[in-house]
Ligand binder design. Structure first.
Ligand code: GCU
Length: 720
């Protein structure tokens, strides 16, 4: 029977890919209900489509008319007219207070009522209900949700052409690009739509579709290949995901035929204005540009004797009339360093280049700062730039793709790490967190240099990052994407959890990463699909909760970083970068190891931090163990705060790390027959590789340091 105002069921879309955290079973509790959706617009249509799909499978119905019969679930825009009585009074009370992406969940009698001021809020609310599952229908207090960070963006390092060295996806470990193949758009709309669903369901609201290293073909996405970008934007729009483009700073020369890309040249300004207007003509909700300039060979304003504020403001000026932003990366350093030169310290570079520019960036510039001062190592201190630019919108950039954390061949759940990062307080325990900085909360913004009381390298600075002056929005959280054309999306099926956690922590950085993992487990392995839900849940926690620290244990010790094979960055290469131009050295000799970055005797990098961290990092006694070798060069018999010597710590952690991987492998075997066979087989195979690689790390690192130091392991375990 077909009812007026009732959406007809549509068949499930055939998608031959792993459903990740949106398997049909996750919608079961909503799918059996009779739901009412009030409101109009493409995103509301997406909500209806999701519920209809669930209803088709589980027998529920979706109504679009407020006077439908008995309903068991209401999702409504506060401004929808008419609203059913169960929602009307509440909507009257809260309308206009829920925010651009927020929502409210209340009960009217036993009927859950989800209200949002905007269609995006309704969509996020729907996925909240999916997370709640059956408990959405239990009585509990009213919940209000809105994201802490407005911008939650994934940067795809995808190339349109296959790059001779970096391939289709730079630092991609999940097969080809989901957008591009061999120089052309991949043209698989279902795949992109499914990706959009997954992003919306974890809270990601923006992506870039191409690599920050912009090669010749990719440069043209801005102009004659713009249609390809528009097609992706059309597919992702129904999931509230805005599309951005990485552009080359040299575009006016390489695309426009101008003799210069000087940011202060009027012809250059006019070229960017025209190109940008054409982008918005085609993609009215285009998000903006991402730029890697004067970095690792990419062109930038230095060529013209200009600085990064000049460069960023040029693009910001072109984007401003349309509400777009430019993400300007702070990853600027000398990658042609002479290793003999002990005065140049790559860790200092981003601060030295950018902190003096604070206050000079236009409001639609977001300076995008890698979380650590060097380059996505498994352990680095938090970048001091994040505390040094109170008058600038800052985004924190992390790597969801596991370039330096096992390349999606190793289990390495990154949620605990990002949680630590986002909760870090650069001005000490009472001050603002990194998440506050990314959110723009309490930002100063008093114009040039506003709010900073220190000078020079920042030594002795007393500012607290407290508010004052005009308020700037935050720059948000940015992650380098980890998905590809692999049937599991992420190569390692358990690496899906990192993408999920990225979105969820961007939405609410205070979430407990174990609780986020728990959500992911519940959605990805719904109880109805596993033989023993409690065992599956417990085992995945045992394997994943501490897996980042396990990875850290068997790889580079105590924050020293970069003991990887050059180029592919996989597996141990202790001296792989020691005599290279990249500025990533450990300085191990027969007596000790580590980089002296103190003010007293080293490169002075510790002075880039405000109090109290400048003092803590400067002091060899107070420096946290896990960062000791990042900040200090110490003898092998130096006693850590843990009570162990450096050399014994290296041996102990490397032996322990491998044992932990063996335990992971045993635990995973318990799940044979309890989870999807293809997932089980893929993870089993990868755990073999993780164990092989962990052993290689253990033996090379231990042997290297034994040979350098001559100090034996106190437990006489095999070292070669
Ligand atoms: C790392 C990575 C590069 C990438 C760069 C960046 O250095 O190895 O492939 O281009 O980061 O963040 O731009």
């Amino acid at each position: 029977m077909s009812l007026p105002h009732t959406v007809q069921p549509t068949p499930d879309r055939a998608v031959a890919r792993h459903p990740a955290w949106l398997p049909p079973e996750a919608f079961g509790p909503l799918g059996i209900r009779s739901a009412l959706v009030c409101g109009t617009g493409p995103l509301v249509d997406t909500v209806v489509e999701e519920l209809t799909r669930a209803g088709t499978r589980y027998g529920g119905r979706v109504h679009r008319h407020a006077r439908a019969g008995a309903v068991e679930l209401v999702l409504a825009l506060t401004g929808a007219d008419p609203l059913p009585p169960v929602a009307a009074r509440l909507a009257g009370e809260v309308a206009g207070t829920l925010g651009a992406e927020g929502f409210l969940l209340d009960r009217s009698g036993h009927v859950p009522v989800l209200l949002a001021d905007t269609p995006a809020g309704l969509l996020y609310g729907l996925f909240h209900l999916v997370r709640l599952g059956g408990s959405a229908f239990d009585l509990h207090p009213v919940e209000r949700h809105r994201p802490a960070l407005d911008r939650r963006m994934l940067d795809h390092w995808d190339n349109v052409d296959v790059h001779p060295v970096m391939g289709q996806v730079e630092r991609g470990y999940a097969g080809g690009s989901i957008f591009w193949r061999d120089g052309a758009a991949r043209n698989e709309p279902d795949r992109i739509r499914e990706y959009g669903r997954l992003l919306a369901a974890c809270g990601v609201n923006a992506i870039t579709v191409n690599n920050v290293n912009v090669h010749a073909t990719e440069a043209r996405l801005l102009t004659d290949r713009l249609g390809d970008v528009a097609a992706i934007a059309d597919l992702l729009r129904p999931y509230a995901v805005r599309v951005h483009l990485s552009v080359t700073f040299a575009a006016p020369v390489v695309l426009g035929g101008l003799p210069t890309a000087d940011p202060l040249d009027d012809r250059v300004r006019a070229w960017w204005a025209t190109a940008t207007r054409q982008v918005y003509d085609r993609i009215p909700d285009f998000g903006g540009y991402v730029v890697k300039a004067d970095s690792e060979g990419q062109p930038g304003p230095f060529t013209y004797g200009r600085d990064h504020a000049d460069g960023a403001n040029l693009l910001a000026g072109a984007l401003a009339p349309f509400g777009g932003v430019v993400h300007w990366r702070a990853f600027v350093y000398n990658h042609r360093q002479d290793w003999r030169d002990r005065t140049t310290d790559r860790a200092r570079a981003a601060y030295d280049h950018f902190a003096p520019l604070d206050g000079r960036f236009r409001d639609n510039v977001i300076v995008q700062v890698k979380h650590g001062p060097i380059d996505f190592q498994a352990r680095e201190p938090v970048s001091p730039v994040l505390a040094a630019m109170p008058a600038t919108r800052l985004a924190v950039e992390v790597q969801v793709t596991q370039e330096y954390t096992g390349q999606q061949r190793h289990v390495c759940y990154l949620g605990p790490w990002w949680s630590e990062l986002l909760g870090f307080t650069p001005w000490g325990p009472q001050g603002r967190t990194v998440a506050d900085i990314a959110a723009g909360a309490g930002r100063t913004g008093t114009g040039a240099g506003g709010g900073r009381t220190g000078t020079g390298a920042g030594a002795g600075r007393t500012d607290t990052g407290a508010a004052g002056g005009r308020t700037l929005p935050g720059g948000g959280l940015v992650g380098v994407a980890n998905v590809g054309a692999d049937p599991f999306w992420t190569g390692h099926p358990l690496a899906q959890a990192n993408l999920y956690a990225f979105g969820r922590l961007g939405w609410d950085p205070r979430l407990d990463p174990r609780a986020v993992l728990d959500e992911w487990i519940g959605l990805t392995f719904p109880p109805s699909t596993t033989g023993d839900p409690a065992l599956v849940r417990r085992t995945l926690h045992e394997i994943m909760d501490d897996s980042w620290r396990t990875y850290e244990r068997y790889t580079a010790p105590l924050g020293v970083g970069f003991m990887v094979n050059p180029r592919d960055h996989y597996g141990p290469g202790v001296d792989g970068y020691e005599y290279s131009p990249w500025g990533t050295y450990h300085f191990a000799d027969r007596d000790g190891v580590g980089v002296d970055r103190t003010r007293a005797t080293g490169t002075g990098f510790t002075g880039q931090y405000p109090c109290p961290w400048a003092e803590r990092y400067e002091s060899v006694e107070q420096c946290p163990d896990e960062l000791l070798l990042f900040f200090h060069h110490v003898p092998y018999d130096h006693v850590l705060r843990s009570g162990s010597t450096v050399i014994q710590h290296i041996y102990d952690t490397h032996f322990a790390g491998v044992e932990q991987v063996k335990t992971m492998r045993q635990r995973w075997q318990r799940l044979a027959g309890l989870v999807d066979a293809a997932v089980h087989a893929r993870v089993s195979g990868l755990l073999e590789e993780q164990l092989r690689c962990a052993r290689e790390w253990r033996d090379q690192i231990n042997t290297y340091f034994f040979r350098k130091s001559g100090v034996p392991d106190t437990h006489s375990r095999p070292i070669h």
